[in-house]
Ligand binder design. Structure first.
Ligand code: PLP
Length: 409
């Protein structure tokens, strides 16, 4: 399959069993994919098949099942690495972005940063890309610096580059905002940071599921992502890091799998990436994530991006026609995430009534309190779309929203 025009999107939607269900007697309209993505049949089948036919622990047993499980797990690592254009031995498999960013915080930043250093963040970061750095700042005395946004929700790039002074040792930036949908020019941002000797961490949680991502082309030091937003199982994700960092960083957690030899007077650690993978991993989950990557590659990430852009344009156009509705985030480069609020209506009331109409949207602060403070709203509703959504669902969502607004007026 190539361009969107040649793809049968209805057929693709039929791959997702959950999307056939009803809620409150209405067909489900799932517009919460930025929260977690739905899973195609092939992913569910891969996890099921692993448990039925291959279940064993990895890297520990010479028996047949042990080698099958190890091969399936390492196969998933290779698939993910190819999908993101990185080396498999530079890809640490972990429970998701939160773990990945904490790994960088505790293994890379904590031993290096000093009281005279600064960590540069942006206003649009998810708590997972704020709180670990705050904890490290408290432990090291380093300061946090925040790059602000333009009114359209894009990064103020000149201000960001001006903030990259010699004290800044680390820059942590989202590839795509989970609230505004803004797609940040991370390759250029990393180029600017690199020129100033700043180490870069990119939070790719909301990018990897929605567009082709070539980590090598971005040129960052660390790239974190989550598998459950990528049509994969929960409790899966990864951290890509430059080999030199992985070699130099001490392990984050100790235990089985991450060692070569343990004696009471000292331990020889395993080579990266295994050095950072203590304990039994989510083996079936990664087998499922490998299947998800195959599935998405079969459709093509460029086609998925184009499909979601069309759904975003449709939904945004219809939402803009609703009186009193404000959309937060109108950056020129935007993913299919629409945060909105309606004058005089609480977003929880809106989301609760939409749920009764079968529409699942998220309401609240979206794990981005500093951004919501900047937006000047307590909460927003967030409709986040994926390629398995349809234009008919967009129409039905708008009709449901209009009905709910009339009820609440
Ligand atoms: N960063 C962003 C931008 C996110 O949207 C999310 C999840 O919503 C995370 C980080 C955290 O991901 P996880 O909870 O899978 O670790």
């Amino acid at each position: 399959m190539g361009a969107t025009g040649t793809i049968d999107w209805d057929k693709i939607r039929a791959d997702f069993p959950l999307l056939r269900r009803q809620v409150h007697g209405k067909p489900l309209i799932y517009f919460d994919s930025a929260n977690t993505g739905q899973k195609p049949e092939c992913v569910i089948a891969a996890c099921d098949d692993f448990y039925r036919r291959h279940n064993a622990n990895v890297s520990r047993a010479v028996h047949q099942l042990g080698s099958e499980a190890t091969e399936a797990f390492e196969g998933a690592r290779r698939k993910l690495a190819a999908f993101l254009n990185v080396r498999a031995d530079e890809l640490v498999l972990c429970s998701g972005t939160t773990f990945a960013l904490n790994l960088v915080a505790y293994s890379w930043a904590l031993p290096r940063l000093k009281a005279s250093d600064a960590i540069l963040l942006t206003r649009m970061e998810h708590h997972a890309n704020i709180v670990p750095w705050q904890l490290i700042a408290q432990r090291t005395g380093a300061t946090l610096r925040v790059a602000e946004l333009r009114p359209d929700g894009s990064l103020d790039l000149p201000a960001l580059y001006a903030a990259m002074t010699p004290e800044v040792k680390l820059l942590a930036v989202a590839h795509v905002s989970n609230v505004l949908g803004t797609v940040n020019p991370v390759a250029e941002i990393c180029r600017q940071a690199r020129a100033r000797g700043i180490t870069t961490v990119v939070d790719g949680s909301q990018a990897v599921p929605h567009m082709p991502v070539d980590i090598a082309a971005i040129g960052c030091d660390f790239y974190a992502f989550t598998g459950h937003k990528l049509c994969g199982p929960t409790g899966t994700g990864g951290l890509w890091a430059k080999r030199e960092h992985l070699q130099a960083m001490p392990p984050f957690l100790g235990g089985g799998e991450m060692i070569k030899e343990v004696r009471f007077d000292g331990t020889v650690f395993n080579d990266p990436p295994h050095k950072f993978e203590a304990g039994t991993p989510n083996i079936a989950g990664f087998v499922g994530l490998g299947a998800a990557v195959d599935y998405l590659s079969g459709i093509g990430m460029a086609a998925i991006q184009a499909r979601e852009a069309a759904l975003l344009a449709h939904a945004s156009e219809e939402l803009r026609k609703i009186d009193g509705l404000r959309i937060f985030g109108s950056a020129p480069e935007k993913a299919a995430v629409i945060s909105f609020a309606i004058d005089g209506v609480h977003s929880h009331d809106l989301a609760t009534l939409l749920d009764l109409e079968g529409v699942a949207v998220r309401s609240g602060q979206h794990c981005a309190h500093p951004l919501l403070q900047w937006l000047g709203v307590g909460t927003t509703c967030r409709a986040s779309l994926a390629f398995y959504n349809t234009h008919a669902e967009v129409e039905a969502f708008i009709a449901a929203l209009r009905k709910v607004i009339r009820l609440l007026a």
